[in-house]
Design a binder for this molecule. Structure first.
Ligand code: MSK
Length: 663
């Protein structure tokens, strides 16, 4: 098929989409074709904060002359819209983090027997950062309780600074203090957003956008970082593990349960109890050979990197998984769950099981999660899936394709692998960048999107970057796009990476695309950048590093929060498609690019064309190298690129060719 016409760059996904079309089954791809985005709302020109409107701020006049009925100019409206999106994204990650903190507290108090501290070393590392005493005979549970309480303080603090602000390089912190964007408490910044963006309050676009940075920093250095750390403490800090990806991981003769969403707590328990002898016996009694767990979206990333549970992919694959006809139950927790999965499940036997009181869907079975008896809830979910196994019908687009993936590169492991237990550091990475073996580092994150060839921009960019000696770190559905392409293996470096990057990957034994985890694990990138700054030889702050963050197919408000905290921390950020503040040049260019570069050394760009995204990222990287007076990057300086590709492999590479740019 003409690549331009492909709805997903994931070939297995594309086959299921085509089968669905033949069956007249509607998916997000059809809806995206049918429902065009509103040109006014998509660029932030629609004001809905009072009921005089909604006002549509359109017209041919100069930007400052276009106003709503109250006189709010376009820039104010666009900035308010952006700020609310950033606050919503922060709320999502941070509410997830709050639940993690409450679970840790319950463990510390002995209120739940279903969870325990798995990584005591990580607990102590975190306690050390937070100034909490540990060791010397102190009970691990008491340390956990104090750590949890310290984190819980971050949500309700009224004044002062978030605990983890001190993890950023000093210079980065100074910038934040100078511009008064250091977050006080996570909930305070979110509530203040709603106040400032309500009718008749803050009308200064620059002031509004500074608060967008503040609320988003509360996400990155608060919600996301807290969540990452507690998840590591409770379930273990990830180390590389071999797993599999794509739809071929679903098994015809076993009970298939897909865990979908973002919060790892219940999914962890499902993993744990799924191998209990009684569960397996029960599955056999219904005619199944066993119980097969599979992940989707970011719950997938969480259990993928800790247990090697395979992933069926990211956001746009969720309906398609059900369309294989092999999913006996899809268990959802929170975030990025399409309500459409209930509708599509009606054409098959799949049971949709919601588990959070915050995220219910009409037509789904609800089995509510409670951390105090999590294993019982997990068993009930698995039994519901097993009971449903005999109801399978022949219908479905079965897929046998699956790929190996090496996943689970926590920042602790990346440090460890560069020097072993006693000399763990980021020195080798900094040295490789200084010498020009590695040109720079790019984080490819964010959602996949049915408005373009889903996953296509991810795959195109990843390919181009590693061929040009840029190390890629990935999270969220960006990771899923690489894993379902079969690209998350060390062999990828041998065959596709530029010579300098290949040599580094071979020396350290890593793939050129490092899977860092779920969306909240973008915080690991902040930690890595801070460690690189502390190591010396590059920039002494996050700003000025030869690194860029990219979300080529973003769709979620969470992505807006993530991009904004990266830009506010000093990283140039490039997103695909239209800016939700794009109607105002004052906001989208003067503030988010010019002013933010000057104040924070970060910027926020939007670009439709993946080739231009690549060029812009490379320009930022090369300019940063020049400003740091590093050796000029020269392709092939460390040997010419080895040609190891046979024709079949080349055709595979071709599949990652430039997707259409319609986002
Ligand atoms: S799941 S926020 S679609 S990355 Fe984290 Fe994927 Fe975007 Fe959700």
């Amino acid at each position: 098929m003409d690549k331009k016409l492909m709805k997903s760059a994931d070939e297995a996904a594309q086959r299921i989409i085509e089968w669905g079309e033949s069956q007249k089954l509607e998916t997000c791809f059809d809806r995206a074709t049918r429902l065009k985005p509103c040109p006014i709302g998509s660029t932030g020109a629609c004001c809905q904060v009072c009921h005089i409107g909604p006002c549509r701020l359109v017209g041919k006049n100069a930007e400052e002359e276009i106003t709503g009925v109250c006189g709010a100019p376009l820039a104010t409206v666009a900035a308010r819209h952006w700020l609310r999106m950033a606050a919503a994204g922060t709320a999502a990650h941070s509410d997830h983090a709050r639940d993690m903190a409450l679970t840790l507290y319950a463990v510390g108090c002995g209120e739940t027997k279903d969870f325990e501290i798995t990584d005591v070393k990580k607990l102590y590392r975190v306690a050390n950062i937070l100034g909490i005493p540990f060791g010397d005979g102190r009970k691990v549970e008491d340390v956990a309780k104090d750590v949890a309480l310290k984190f819980i303080e971050d949500f309700g603090r009224q004044n002062g600074e978030l605990n983890y602000i001190k993890r950023a390089p000093k210079k980065t912190q100074e910038r934040w203090r100078k511009w008064k964007v250091v977050p006080r408490g996570i909930d305070r910044e979110i509530a203040e957003t709603m106040h400032r963006t309500s009718v008749g309050v803050d009308h200064d676009p620059d002031n509004l956008m500074l608060h967008a940075i503040r609320v988003s920093l509360a996400d990155g250095w608060g919600g996301c970082m807290i969540s990452t750390d507690i998840t590591d403490i409770l379930f273990g800090t990830p180390r590389p593990i071999r797993a599999e990806a794509s739809f071929g991981i679903l098994k015809a003769d076993e009970v298939n349960i897909v865990v979908h969403g973002h919060e790892p707590t219940l999914a962890e328990k499902v993993v744990e109890v799924s191998t209990e002898p009684e569960i397996l016996e029960y599955a056999k009694s219904k005619g199944a050979k066993g119980v097969n767990l599979v992940g989707m979206c970011c719950t997938a990333n969480e259990i993928l990197m800790r247990h090697g549970i395979p992933t069926a992919g990211g956001y746009t694959n969720q309906e398609l998984g059900i369309m294989t006809g092999l999913v006996d139950a899809m268990m959802t927790d929170v975030q990025c769950i399409m309500p459409a999965i209930v509708e599509i499940s009606k054409h098959f036997h799949t049971k949709i099981i919601t588990t959070s009181y915050k995220a219910k869907m009409k037509g789904a079975v609800h089995i509510e999660y409670d951390e105090h008896h999590a294993k019982d809830v997990a068993r009930q979910i698995i039994k519901t899936a097993i009971d449903n196994f005999p109801n399978r019908i022949a219908k479905g687009s079965k897929e046998s394709i699956k790929f190996p993936a090496i996943v689970g590169f926590s920042h602790e492991y990346i440090e460890y692998m560069q020097g072993g237990r006693w000399r763990a550091s980021f020195r080798p990475l900094n040295d490789a960048i200084m010498a020009g073996r590695i040109r720079g580092v790019v984080g490819i994150a964010g959602c996949d999107n049915p408005r373009v060839t889903a996953q296509g921009a991810h795959r195109y960019l990843v390919n181009e970057f590693i061929r040009n000696d840029v190390l890629v770190v990935s999270t969220g559905c960006g990771s899923a796009a690489c894993a379902t392409a079969g690209w998350m293996t060390p062999e990828m470096a041998l065959e596709y990476a530029g010579e300098g990057l290949r040599q580094v990957c071979e020396a350290i034994g890593i793939p050129p695309i490092l899977h860092l985890g779920a969306c909240v694990d973008n915080s690991r990138i902040l930690t890595i950048l801070s460690a690189m700054a502390a190591e010396g030889g590059l920039s002494d702050e996050i700003g000025g590093m030869p690194g860029v963050g990219i979300a080529p197919e973003w769709m979620s408000e969470k992505a807006i929060a993530i991009g904004t905290y990266f830009a506010g921390s000093g990283v140039p950020v490039i997103f695909g498609g239209d800016s939700p503040a794009g109607a105002s040049e004052e906001v989208s260019k003067k503030i988010m690019i010019d002013l933010w570069l000057e104040r924070f050394k970060g910027a926020f760009h939007f670009e439709h064309d993946p080739e231009k995204m690549f060029d812009l990222a490379i320009t930022y990287i090369d300019n940063a190298r020049a400003a740091l007076k590093l050796k000029k990057y020269e392709p092939g300086r460390f040997g010419t690129e080895r040609v190891l590709l046979d024709m079949a492999a080349r055709r595979e590479l071709e599949k990652g060719a430039k997707p259409h740019a319609g986002l």
